[in-house]
Design a protein around this ligand. Structure first.
Ligand code: GTR
Length: 402
């Protein structure tokens, strides 16, 4: 087996299908072993950020786009008077770059609890099929806005396909050939990419990178809303959007906490397990999600210079919550638990609580520690039960504003 430089964390043989253990969170590629929080932040963390960018999600362009905010509607009597429901349009580019109405835009739906004593903590999560879907239900059950607002949380959402359509070939005019319904979005291509051919070659970013970038643009708006506590914004997501949420939290330290629901391969599940969706499977079906380099690890997972426990570690010392579902075998629930568990040493190094479990907890028995985890009965979905546990974790780990 080809071995990557760096050190190895020994793990029980039964946990991985690729021999050799996991890349050691503490050991840099040149063999340097970090022993302090300072060394983690100065050496190992930047090294890992660079590796995840260049080898997996792609490098996020460091471009700041002018952004204008337009409140399209505001209803202070939503959810039986419990919420103010706001629709906000974010328009990108300088005035005159595009005809009015034709600018790249993102449309954010925000619910904020009425009668809050001060700025509120807020969940920010991308949705699959449009903002209406999560209010009324569509592909999945509607999100429990009323419950979250009653518990004091705001919720903000936008459709991921506004940022980057989840299809191949948009820039060549083939967007309509996609199987995914939205195709609303046009942001990444006109703004960042001239031609389709080289769009994700080598280390150029893929869709997950673009979706993570879009989450940060929503955050740009949220930090300027005085009713939102900018220090308590939780980035959350389900499935492919759970992968994007983690990558967003790794890159954007303004997110106070990350929630990754059923994120599976490319999210929290360890690639070296080869259980459920593999690097080969995901890069064959969804090559567009990653940079070109990632496909080179298909069938060669042992040569990855990281595994997904280190993506979780990039969120440290901030709270992170990982959720699995019993029947969601494609996402490898045990691999998701292990991804959370093997991030623990970095939380310990940084002087905060890690995960409060050494073995997989039973179904419906949430682990409430700073690295939180639960597995519930049922399949691949983000349910009211999941949301309630996310709010429990945020209640526990995000300090109330004084
Ligand atoms: C599946 C994919 C997973 C997961 C899921 C989803 O088809 O294999 O990686 O992301 O889609 O986003 O619903």
């Amino acid at each position: 087996m080809t071995r990557v430089a760096g050190g190895w964390l020994k793990v029980p043989e039964a946990e991985l299908s690729v021999p050799g253990g996991l890349p050691d969170p503490f050991v840099c590629l040149d063999g340097f072993r970090v022993t302090s929080a300072a060394e983690w932040f100065e050496r190992r963390r930047p090294e890992l950020m660079g590796l995840f960018a260049r080898q997996m999600y792609g490098v996020t362009p460091q471009v700041t786009l002018p952004m204008r905010t337009h409140v399209r509607s505001e209803d202070a009597t939503a959810l039986d008077g419990r919420s103010t429901r706001i629709e906000v349009r974010l328009a990108f580019g300088s005035p005159g770059d595009a005809p009015v109405g034709a600018e790249p835009t993102l449309n954010l739906l925000v619910h904020l609890p009425n009668g809050a004593a001060g700025p509120v903590p807020l969940f920010l999560a991308l949705n699959f099929r449009g903002n209406h879907e999560v209010e009324v239900g569509g592909q999945g059950e509607p999100w429990p806005f009323a419950h979250l607002v009653e518990r004091g949380y705001g919720v903000a959402t936008l459709c991921y396909e506004e940022i980057e359509p989840d299809v191949d070939g948009q820039a060549t005019g083939k967007a309509d050939a996609g199987h995914w319904s939205g195709r609303l979005g046009i942001l990444r291509h006109p703004v960042f990419l001239a031609a389709d051919a080289a769009r994700r070659a080598g280390e150029r970013w893929g869709s997950l990178g673009a979706w993570a970038w879009g989450l940060s643009r929503a955050m740009d708006y949220l930090v300027g809303n005085p009713r939102v506590d900018a220090m308590r914004v939780i980035v959350a997501g389900h499935s492919r959007l759970g992968k994007a949420a983690l990558w967003a939290a790794a890159q954007d330290l303004r997110f106070a906490m990350a929630v990754s629901n059923n994120s599976g391969c490319g999210g929290v599940a360890l690639s070296r397990r080869l259980v459920g969706e593999t690097v080969d499977a995901i890069t064959s079906r969804f090559p567009r999600w990653f940079c070109g380099n990632f496909a080179g690890y298909a069938g060669r997972e042992g040569t990855l210079p990281f595994d997904q426990h280190l993506l979780v570690a990039l969120v440290a010392p901030r709270p992170v919550y990982v959720a699995s579902a019993e029947d969601d075998t494609w996402a490898d629930p045990y691999g998701e638990f292990l991804g959370a568990r093997y991030a623990d040493p970095i939380y310990q190094l940084l002087g905060v609580e890690g995960i409060g479990a050494t073995s997989m907890p039973p179904v419906s028995s949430p682990v409430p520690s700073r690295i939180g985890y639960h597995i519930r009965p049922g399949g691949h979905a983000m349910t009211a039960y999941d949301w309630e546990r996310f709010a429990d974790a945020a209640d526990r780990h995000l300090p109330a504003r004084v």
